[in-house]
Structure formats: C-alpha cells, structure tokens
Design a protein around this ligand. Structure first.
Ligand SMILES: Cc1cc2nc3c(=O)[nH]c(=O)nc-3n(C[C@H](O)[C@H](O)[C@H](O)COP(=O)(O)OP(=O)(O)OC[C@H]3O[C@@H](n4cnc5c(N)ncnc54)[C@H](O)[C@@H]3O)c2cc1C
Length: 451
C-alpha cells in the first residue's frame, strides 16, 4: 500500500485517509471487546460508499464482511434472516430461483445487508416501495458495552429508527431479517425511451409512476440550452410470464485492470461519451425483456470501474430537491454542471415518492434526485460542489451522506436538523471521518481527529 492510498478503501477513493487498524469479525458470537480499544470504532463492510462515511481515520475499522451466514428462510412468507455481512448478490442467488426478490435494491448488488440498513438505501422503485429500511422487520445490535439488543418497530423502537440510516454509528448490526417480494420470473419487461429535455423527463416520470415499479433516467449532463436534461428514460416491471427455469450462463465481468491516466478524462472525452450514449439508441422507444442483473446493475458488469477515474479518485454528488419548484432547481443544477465542463459518465435522475423513510437520518424524501460522478480535480471540483450545495440548500433539499466527501458541517446540520436528537443513540465508542467532519466543527471544537 502506498502512503497516498486509502485503507481500507471507499468506492470514490477520496479523501485519502487510513484507519489505525482493521479488525476482522468472523463470528457473531465472538466479536472483539470494542470497549478495550483506545481509538473509536466503525463497522466496515464492502466499502461501496463513495466518500468518507465508511472511513474512520486513525481509528478502528471493524471488518464485518466475513459475517456471511444465512440463518433462516421461510419460503412461504418470504422472510429471510441472515448475518449482516451477507451481500445482496448472495441473497439474489438464493432467492430468485425460489421466486422471491429483494424489496429494494441499489445500483450495485455488491453491498452488504448491514450497509443497506446503515445507509437506508433506495432503488429504482422508491416511488412504489420506499427505502430498504421499510422492509427490515428486525435486527440484532451489538453495543460496545457488550449488550445485544433485538431491535424492531415494537422493541427498542428508537434504536431501530436510529440504526436505519444511522451511518454505522449506533453499534454493530449482527444479523437482520428482511421481508422479500414475490416474483413470477427473474426477467424484467422494460422500455427505454429517448427524451429531449428536462420537461419531457418530468412528463414521462409522472406518466410512468402508476404503472411501472421501476423508473430511472440516464442524463446527458453536458447538454445545454433547450436540450438541458435530455437523456434515456428506463422503466420496467417484473415479467409476469411463467419462466422456464433455464439458468442463464454467468458472464465474466469486464475488468478495468489499472488506474486510467487523468488525461483520458477531460471535458472533450466526457462530452463525446455523453453524446454517443444519447444517440446510440436509434429508435426513440425500445421495449424488451431482459434478465434482472443488467437492468438493475449495469455497472457491476465492469469490475473496478472506479479505476476509470484515475489515482486521485472521484466524488459523487447526490442530492434531492423538493417537488415544488423541483424542475426549476434541477435546471439550475444542470446548468451549473454543464457550464463547468466538469462532466460525468453516468448521471442519474429519478423522482422519489412520498412513502416516509423509517430512519431518523434517512436521506430519501419526496422530490427529484440527481446523482453524478466527478473526477477529483482539486479546488475546481470542490468549488463546483460549493455552488451546487448553495442551490440545494436554498431549495430546501439535501445531500446523501453515503455518497458524500465534501459537504460542510453547516450544510449537513441544515439538511438534517434531527442530527442532534440522533446523537443520543450513537454508541459512545463509535465514530467516523464523515461524522467528525459534519458535526465536530460546530458542536465540539476540541475533539481530536481519532475520536
Ligand atoms: C455502483 C454503485 C451504485 C450505488 N447505487 C446506489 C443506489 O442506487 N441507492 C443507494 O441508496 N445507494 C447506492 N450506492 C451506495 C451503496 O448502496 C451504499 O453506500 C451502501 O451502504 C454500501 O454498503 P457496503 O456494504 O459496501 O457498506 P460500507 O460502504 O462498507 O459501509 C456503509 C455504512 O454501513 C455501516 N455498516 C456496514 N456494515 C455494518 C454493520 N454490520 N453494522 C452497522 N453498520 C454497518 C458502515 O459503518 C458505514 O457507515 C451505490 C454504490 C455503488 C458503488
């Protein structure tokens, strides 16, 4: 490991911080005594969070990715109980052949159940089913005192709500139980529609909400003028035709073998890529039936795609802005981005629904959500993020901690005014680089970096 690498890594590989020690946990009944560590502790699973919410500079990274045992599966009711390090990919392998599916899934299957709860993740069906946490029936939480608490909506209810979306700060989730969703087929009946402007996106989204479980759009973030916000709108449902159970051959993923040099990623290459994607689809409207993996996880087909952004790493920006004036605010954000030339290969736009998120600090709320990556170009990138933050704050929107490596303490506390109430449920031994960044500067000036 070079002195400029992260350890353990987050997906964006920025900021470059290192834990003092990585402590693996192999058995849920044999977790090291957390109170005995001098430094603060933070659970770490697959590091698929982009910024520093899964990092604990100079502290203990408690590697929970070895807790991968299934505990029980009620095939009649679709109730699955497993250890918190089990990945969504392993769950899908078990449940899809038995006609069940994840109630909510993010854009990668390589995350753990614990990570899905700690960030209360959302997916393309947010408008229909809300966040992952809504489908968690209970879990066991280990506190640094050694106490093990069963948490559900009726038992230790406040700790249950604090842990969902609680950024790993309330203790270690040892196992969890999830209510799955029945399906008839592993295929998705999908449509892809090329649209020409932000207004067209809003119309398509509104039209599709009722009849389609999954909706999302890819946006050409460098388009300007009348074409601002243009892109490809995807919508789909689980196929209802009975499936003949031939197993599709597993395709080997492509691999980005090394860090791309930074000159590969410039405004011209990004613009060319975005133009090409937009025009690649010749018919304006395509309908087809596809396996679930390429529909939900197109990026998982390229292993280590984060290396495309080079050694300096990259940042993701994901915000949600309220539905009133949502289009106008989104127009301002896209304007800013397209003027900056700091483009992104993958820009995603989606309308969140109004089902309440169960977590105290959950990110999703009604409105339009935009997510995009930026290669880290020093002050230029950070300055752009400051400008975007000002627009989001003025609109009453907020930023997603799981994707963040930049927001100020002032911004976080404005986005999440409930953060102070949440602090009552934090385990005193737990901390993260993210949490220190967004709270200590305002609340406790004298606390050292290693918590
Ligand atoms: C390609 C890609 C697409 C994505 N798409 C989406 C998306 O569509 N929607 C979305 O919401 N997110 C999305 N994400 C973000 C990702 O889903 C979250 O960051 C997720 O939490 C990562 O889980 P992980 O298992 O890798 O956990 P880590 O990143 O290692 O940790 C995440 C948080 O969970 C805590 N944690 C982990 N395990 C435990 C445990 N056992 N007990 C207590 N706390 C724990 C950690 O302390 C940390 O705070 C995407 C990420 C990638 C790379």
């Amino acid at each position: 490991m070079s002195s400029t690498e992260q350890f353990p890594p987050s997906w964006g590989r920025y900021p470059k911080v290192k834990a003092r020690l990585v402590v693996p946990v192999f058995w849920r009944d044999d977790v090291p005594k957390l109170a005995a560590y001098e430094q603060s502790v933070l659970p770490y699973a697959y590091g698929r969070s982009y910024g520093d919410s899964c990092l604990n500079e100079d502290g203990i990274a408690l590697d929970v990715s070895h807790l991968t045992r299934f505990i029980s599966f009620d095939e009649q009711k679709g109730l699955l109980r497993c250890e918190a390090g089990v990945s969504l990919s392993d769950i899908l392998e078990l449940i899809v052949p038995r006609s069940w599916f994840l109630p909510v899934t993010p854009g990668t299957q390589y995350i753990s159940v614990g990570g899905a709860i700690a960030n209360d993740v959302h997916g393309k069906n947010h408008h229909k089913t809300g966040t992952f946490g809504r489908h968690v029936t209970c879990f066991e939480l280990l506190r640094s005192t050694g106490e093990r608490l069963l948490c559900s909506s009726t038992e230790n209810e406040q700790l249950f709500r604090a842990t969902i979306g609680g950024l790993g700060l309330t203790g270690v989730i040892l196992w969890a139980e999830i209510q799955l969703k029945p399906i008839v087929s592993p295929l998705i009946a999908m449509e892809r529609i090329r649209y020409g402007s932000l207004a067209e996106f809003v119309t398509l989204s509104n039209e599709s909400d009722q009849d389609f479980e999954y909706t999302v759009a890819w946006v050409d973030c460098l388009a300007r003028g009348k074409e601002l916000g243009r892109g490809l709108f995807m919508r789909g449902n689980h196929d209802t035709a009975t499936y003949d159970a031939k197993r599709p051959a597993k395709k080997l993923p492509l691999i980005v073998p090394f860090d791309m040099p930074s000159f590969v990623l410039n405004t011209l290459s990004m613009k060319a890529f975005n133009e090409m994607c937009y025009h690649a689809q010749r018919p304006q409207h395509i309908s087809k039936t596809v396996p679930y993996a390429p529909f939900f996880y197109p990026l998982d087909a390229i292993q280590h795609w984060n290396r495309m952004y080079g050694k300096r790493g990259f940042l993701q920006y994901q915000c949600v802005v309220p539905p009133t004036d949502g289009s106008a605010v989104m127009r301002d954000l896209l304007h800013c981005i397209s003027r900056s030339g700091e483009g992104s290969f993958l820009t995603v736009l989606k309308k969140f629904g109004d089902l309440p998120s169960p977590g105290m600090l959950s990110f999703p709320r009604p409105g339009l959500t935009l997510a995009l990556d930026f290669p880290y170009n020093g002050q230029k990138t950070l300055h752009l993020f400051d400008t975007l933050d000002t627009i989001v704050r003025q609109s009453g929107g907020c930023i997603y901690p799981a994707k963040d490596a930049h927001m100020s303490a002032e911004s976080f506390q404005a986005y999440y005014p409930q953060w102070e109430a949440f602090t009552h449920y934090i385990d005193p031994k737990f901390s993260s680089s993210f949490w220190r960044r967004v709270t200590y500067p305002l609340s406790q000036p004298a606390i050292p970096v290693n918590g």
